[in-house]
Ligand binder design. Structure first.
Ligand code: NAG
Ligand code: NAG
Ligand code: NAG
Ligand code: NAG
Length: 484
């Protein structure tokens, strides 16, 4: 077993002594400190050794606004968690309980798999699993099945479920569980479409990617139980849901009838690193980001797997346009410059159906856009395509790298960045060249995230074509070569 698995695997099997467990625990702690100190070098105002603040990109597609939220310190493991059961149980009766309950607790998510006689009652948000063997430890805990655990802004919008291990025949006494009204022959997965699900970036990084890594192994033979009913989301991502499950998802919150399964998974698997977005880490999953992107191409019948340097046509560049905030004010000028360099230009806004938009993206070799959730559509680009992210003024470096820069590289895309200068921002016209907002965003940023959000997320961008041309030329040049 790899160490990484062990660090975050809270079902501690009997094969590990207490000391070994302790060492692993320290390792995780030191890793966290290291990570936090890395963060603190980014956010200079970080005073304590724990991340007191955490930039949270949550571009609401409806509002088209980036939201920055403050989040609390990572919480200590609560005593009502499955961890406490598992640990105790591992010592007394490890093998038997593991057959029934397997829980993983990580910084981003909690996932439990229940096996045996498992009953789900939607209206009361309860899941009951019959335990045949005697065991000590807590038999009841709560879970919110959404993969952004430390972010209260997201988690407050996720329904809480109660999981009960029933060793006293409660399933027979409690009328909600006494009768299986719907028997299912396939495993179930419970996950939330609440949280930040309506933002395209979060939809992918918090739900779609983890859903893929959790559900793919069932080869379609899995029943999705959706909590926080969200028909708009189900409509938007219907191709993905259909490709992962042969059954229509059930809006479980509405169900007053008890659904019975032999396996129920609550929560979605995601890599343990909190700030790794849009990625699949091979240390926790048998799948890779390439598998995910191949899956997307199948789900949406996308034709182009990789850019072809020997193409007979001009390379295509998509200019992602936004309206409202972080809009280009000189899209035509950018398009003309790109045309002169040799690109065929497509200007598109991500407001058509996802299937159609995915097709358009997949037909392009370059995607150009200002930092924002629309860039998430890079997942549909062919391998070796180029992503150009435009960074507004205000200190977007860390967000840009975390949300799109590193993910792009992880998807076998070439990545270029263009940081605008004060003169290219609408904030100059608004505040004047000498205002602190323009002159010293770092200092202004110390006023907190609400101020940051209200100021820097609502600027428009007028790209200085002469300054930007070399970036376009670089993208063009990259496309003439086979790969990185
Ligand atoms: C078990 O969980 C319940 C409900 O979450 C909690 O009230 C109780 O204190 C826990 N008991 C122990 C021993 O942890
Ligand atoms: C049974 O379900 C109803 C909602 O349908 C809920 O109000 C009630 O508390 C549940 N009963 C128990 C014992 O959990
Ligand atoms: C579901 O399965 C259980 C156990 O096999 C059985 O007792 C029950 O009648 C079944 N319910 C339905 C609605 O078929
Ligand atoms: C940015 O441009 C949009 C039009 O695309 C406009 O509605 C908005 O008011 C502009 N915002 C600023 C801050 O200039």
């Amino acid at each position: 077993m790899r160490e990484k698995d062990l660090l975050f695997d809270t079902i501690l099997t009997r094969s590990f002594s207490k000391n070994q467990q302790k060492r692993l625990g320290y390792g995780a702690f030191i890793a966290c400190l290291f990570f936090v100190s890395t963060l603190c070098t980014v956010f200079k105002h970080c005073l304590s050794p724990l991340p007191t603040m955490e930039l949270q990109l949550s571009v609401d597609t409806g509002l088209r606004m980036l939201r920055v939220t403050e989040t609390q310190k990572p919480q200590a493991l609560s005593s009502t968690t499955p961890t406490s059961i598992s640990k105790k149980q591992a010592i007394s009766d490890g093998s038997k309980i593991e057959e029934t309950v397997k829980c993983k607790k990580q910084s981003r998510t909690e996932v439990c798999e229940l096996n045996g006689d498992v009953r789900v009652h939607g209206k009361s948000a309860m899941i009951l699993a019959a335990i045949t063997s005697a065991f000590s430890g807590n038999t009841t805990w709560q879970m919110r099945p959404y993969a952004r655990k430390r972010d209260p802004g997201a988690m407050n919008r996720v329904r809480e479920w109660t999981v009960k291990l029933d060793k006293n025949g409660e399933r027979l006494e409690n009328a909600n569980f006494s009768r299986c009204v719907r028997n299912h022959s396939v495993p179930a997965m419970v996950f939330s479409l609440g949280g930040y699900s309506m933002n395209n970036f979060h939809a992918f990084t918090d739900i779609v990617v983890p859903l893929f890594t959790t559900a793919r192994r069932f080869n379609g033979e899995v029943q999705f139980l959706v909590t926080n009913k969200n028909q708009a989301w189900i409509n938007k991502f219907k191709e993905i849901l259909r490709s992962l499950s042969n059954y229509d998802p059930i809006n479980i919150d509405d169900e007053d009838e008890t659904h019975c399964f032999t396996t129920v998974i609550i929560g979605l698997k995601i890599h343990p690193e909190y700030f790794h977005e849009l990625t699949i880490d091979s240390s926790f999953s048998e799948y890779s980001m390439s598998d995910f992107r191949r899956f997307l191409r199948d789900a949406y019948s996308l034709r182009t797997a990789a850019v072809d340097p020997r193409r007979r046509r001009r390379p295509r560049m998509m200019i992602l346009s936004r309206v409202g905030s972080r809009a280009f004010t000189n899209t035509d000028e950018i398009a003309n410059a790109a045309g002169e360099i040799g690109f065929e230009v497509v200007v598109a806004e991500a407001n058509t159906g996802l299937a159609r938009f995915a097709e358009t993206v997949n037909s392009c070799d370059v995607m150009l856009g200002v930092h924002g959730a629309g860039l998430t559509n890079m997942v549909f680009l062919p391998e070796n395509a180029v992503v150009i992210q435009i960074l507004p003024i205000g200190g977007f470096e860390w967000l840009a790298e975390t949300d799109f820069g590193r993910p792009a590289k992880g998807m076998n895309l070439r990545y270029l960045e263009y940081k605008i200068r004060g003169e290219e921002s609408s904030l100059v016209r608004q505040y004047g060249r000498d205002h602190e907002v323009v002159r010293n965003p770092k200092a202004f940023g110390k006023r907190g995230w609400m101020a940051f959000k209200a100021t820097y997320l609502v600027q428009n961008v007028t790209v200085d074509i002469n300054r930007f041309k070399p970036v376009l030329a670089k993208a063009f040049e990259l496309l003439q070569t086979q790969s990185m």
